[in-house]
Design a protein around this ligand. Structure first.
Ligand SMILES: Cc1cc2nc3c(=O)[nH]c(=O)nc-3n(C[C@H](O)[C@H](O)[C@H](O)COP(=O)(O)OP(=O)(O)OC[C@H]3O[C@@H](n4cnc5c(N)ncnc54)[C@H](O)[C@@H]3O)c2cc1C
Length: 442
């Protein structure tokens, strides 16, 4: 058993690893944070161009309903920097049948709070709409402990056509195949609601709406969060320090040097973790290799406002899967969040499923022209390459996570976006929980 004076080693300086290090520091425990890259934050990273566009590499905001990210932001003094999606530019479109439809008003996530406005929206066919609203009469499935896919669950409750509307709203952050996405791992709240109220419509209408803003970001972009945590870390934080192996009682660095630790928290996605654990923990490594990933691309364009002949009082559009397009959404980022583009300019993001860089640019420009009347060449273009970097929470995911954790000693944890939630709040929670768990085990 390594000595009590040794630090806890945290591998990976994304939001999960930063949160683990922060929690260790709060508990007064020495730690070493090892990050392969030359900055902290991982996927949470923003760049300010010289002419004033704020480009997010991945996440642009986080949900407040899971309080962990907001709580961390407050702990590191970011309250005055918090901003929220603009409510005066709330219009959101839905692309279906190659037409831009207005989103139904009065939704709680995708659940209509009244039948009439949903009917009038015309978002689904008349038959599809009535089947959707019949969800209140669909009996709940007995709780047999079996996992169900997002598509299976929603089809059962709301009908086949409803998938077109629900999948882009619910599954966006998972970049997932809805036929494979695990309900137990991704949407346990809907399973609980079905069990408790017998229906998602009934349950959503019976529970009060959350008050206050739904999402939070920061004036200086999402990187304000990792930057603020990093600025307050007083422990041993090393950039450009890849770990090649997790050992029993420490790690081996890419340089060959070995560091001893009383516990190790791996806070890297499964595809980086599997080779690191192979050697000392082959069973865990084999289990990690079973977690698959999906591909996506986030493509950002900056324009002068006069290049866009469209009412910019919109957050953008979501694309119905039945459109058969590789694009999943367009965000008018500068309408959604303040301070993302200089006056008289527009910043837009186009999201794709797996798409190669060259194709993504051409296609995105085509779609921006077709659907939002964007003309000419952009002032800036940025390709966010997320090929093979979106954790796939496939059926049986929770069982695989439990099996992987059980194959490791209690002083070695593997956590982060591949395992217990992809959103920033889930990653913050995973990091902090892992820190508390290894301390309890020590
Ligand atoms: C396009 C896109 C948009 C998104 N939008 C949102 C959003 O709007 N809201 C939201 O809440 N979430 C969003 N997410 C999800 C969220 O950003 C991520 O799931 C989360 O930031 C992942 O954090 P992490 O620390 O677990 O992993 P990562 O951010 O991947 O961090 C892992 C870190 O480990 C380092 N590392 C890897 N291997 C090693 C090694 N061998 N040694 C040392 N270090 C290593 C990496 O360099 C990296 O810094 C989005 C994700 C994507 C891809």
């Amino acid at each position: 058993m390594p000595g009590a004076d040794l630090p806890v080693i945290v591998v990976g300086g994304g939001m999960t690893g930063l949160s683990a290090a922060w929690e260790l520091q709060q508990q007064g425990v020495p730690y070493v944070l090892l990050e392969a890259g030359d900055y902290l934050g991982g996927k949470v990273h923003s760049e300010l161009t010289e002419d004033g566009f704020l480009i997010e590499r991945a996440a642009d905001a986080f949900i407040n309903g899971k309080p962990h990210a907001l709580q961390l932001a407050r702990e590191v003094g970011l309250e005055a920097e918090e901003i929220h999606p603009r409510t005066e530019s709330r219009r959101l479109y839905f692309l279906r049948g190659r037409r831009l439809l207005d989103f139904p008003p009065n939704l709680k996530m995708f659940v209509p709070m009244d039948d009439e406005s949903f009917r009038q929206s015309g978002i689904l066919s008349p038959a599809g709409t009535e089947r959707f609203l019949q969800e209140v009469n669909v009996p709940p499935k007995p709780d047999d402990g079996q996992d169900e896919s997002l598509a299976g669950f929603m089809r059962r409750r709301f009908g086949e056509e409803a998938l077109d509307f629900i999948v882009p709203m619910a599954a966006g952050i998972y970049v997932a195949n809805p036929e494979e996405l695990s309900m137990q791992a991704s949407f346990p709240q809907f399973l609980a609601m079905e069990r408790r109220y017998g229906s998602l419509i009934a349950g959503s209408r019976a529970t009060p709406r959350a008050t206050g803003p739904i999402f939070t970001s920061f004036r200086g972009g999402m990187r304000a969060l990792p930057d603020a945590v990093a600025a307050r870390l007083t422990g041993d934080v090393r950039l450009n320090t890849p770990v090649s192996r997790v050992l029993d009682g420490g790690v081996r660095l890419g340089s060959g040097e070995e560091l001893r630790g009383r516990a190790v928290i791996s806070a890297v996605p499964a595809w980086y973790a599997a080779p690191m654990f192979n050697g000392s923990f082959p069973d865990a490594a084999r289990r990690m290799a079973q977690f698959r990933a999906n591909s996506s691309a986030a493509v950002t364009f900056a324009y002068r406002a006069d290049q866009v002949d469209f009412d910019l009082n919109t957050h953008g559009l979501l694309v119905a899967p039945s459109e058969g397009l590789p694009m999943t959404a367009i965000t008018v980022h500068s309408s959604k969040l303040a301070g993302r583009a200089p006056e008289g300019h527009v910043l837009m993001r186009v999201f794709f499923k797996a798409t190669e860089p060259g194709v993504a640019r051409k296609l995105a420009q085509l779609y921006l022209h077709e659907f939002l009347n964007v003309q000419g060449e952009p002032l800036h273009y940025h390709y966010g390459d997320w090929r093979g970097k979106n954790p796939a929470y496939e059926l049986g995911h929770l069982g695989r996570v439990a099996g992987m954790q059980a194959s490791l000693p209690a002083t070695v944890r593997a956590v982060g976006c591949s395992f217990t939630g992809v959103g920033v709040p889930d990653c913050v929670n995973a990091g902090r929980t892992a820190a508390r768990e290894v301390l309890a085990a020590l």
